[in-house]
Design a protein around this ligand. Sequence first.
Ligand code: CMP
Length: 140
Amino acid sequence: ALERTLSIIKPDAVAKNVIGEIYSRFEKSGLKVVASKMKQLSKQEAEGFYAVHRERPFFSALVEFMISGPVMIQVLEGEGAVLKNRDLMGATNPKDAAPGTIRADFADSIDANAVHGSDSLENAAIEVAYFFPATDVYAR
Ligand code: CMP
């Protein structure tokens, strides 16, 4: 089915100047960028976005990392977009990520792991709405 998913290019990958290379992978796999913005997240925004992880031991390190520089946030649309984006990203820990995936190629550690992608269709809807009002998402 045609789906939308939220993708974030994290501060490490923005700093590495690989926004375009990552967008290229989305496009080559048939995903369309239907909303996009660069943003320096506030601590409050990062904490709210990752609220499900609030009790995890890595939560404060995750938040500090996500506010360490600007991120690129986009909505991707396409057939099976949620799973397709997760396949493109590879495993959360780059040590476990399959060759040719975004994390295998650009990530340095489980914290600085280049990209975030929604893990389910349900969370995708919540995460898209967290960053983009419906009027800023362009069906095409
Ligand atoms: P992300 O997909 O953005 O969702 C939560 C992030 O927490 C994850 O990617 C990792 O960058 C980070 N993280 C750090 N340690 C862990 C861990 N042990 N398990 C899962 N995620 C972790």
